[in-house]
Ligand binder design. Sequence first.
Ligand SMILES: O=C(CO)[C@H](O)[C@H](O)COP(=O)(O)O
Length: 224
Amino acid sequence: MTNEKQLVGEKAAEFIQDGMTVGLGTGSTAYYFVLALAERIKNEGLKIVGVPTSIATAELAQEQGITIRSIDEVEQLDITVDGTDEFDDDLNGIKGGGGALLIEKIVANNSQEIIWIADHTKKVDQLGAFPLPVEVITEGSQQLLRYFEEKGYHPTLRLDSEGNPYVTDHKHYIIDLHLEKITHPYDLAEELIHLVGVVEHGLFLNRANKVIIAEDDAAQIITK
Ligand SMILES: O=C(CO)[C@H](O)[C@H](O)COP(=O)(O)O
């Protein structure tokens, strides 16, 4: 059986050119991109600077011999390759299933080009079946949970494998909103970002330029 995540990760690595500063996404699909990029660096001698979007990706990139810099150590990025939890026909998406949405969004906002890599399950007609992650500061998180409950957003505080609140790389909590259907993503994004205590949300609207998706055992490129 085809490993779709590997297929699209390897395809994305073909878009990287010598001298680029490259945003390195987070998650099980981005993992394969990082491995494929490291292979190209070893085999072809590409000179690349990687900007990781999480501690996990920074560790992986270092293990693989990729030179890394933080987002504050580069002026801007040529390209970012990242996974996504869902995307629709407009290439709007939900990200943050892996908890790295904050730096993923900062890196995306400073990239000239953004490619998402996705297995076939990630394409949806309407966003929302995947719970929307909202990164919040820890203090006041109970109040935000109550607010979201009252709004009918069906919030849950994300927990780690031991049943404790999941803590992000930047020591925040994540509240997942179980919305099922997001009919007005731009309005929702506007509401969430103005709530005091919310650091960032996982709606990535009008950001991706391309999605590489696995379909029928081949990598298909969807361009905006
Ligand atoms: O947004 C993310 C992490 O914060 C990931 O890109 C997203 O969760 C997809 O992950 P995977 O490739 O493991 O399905």
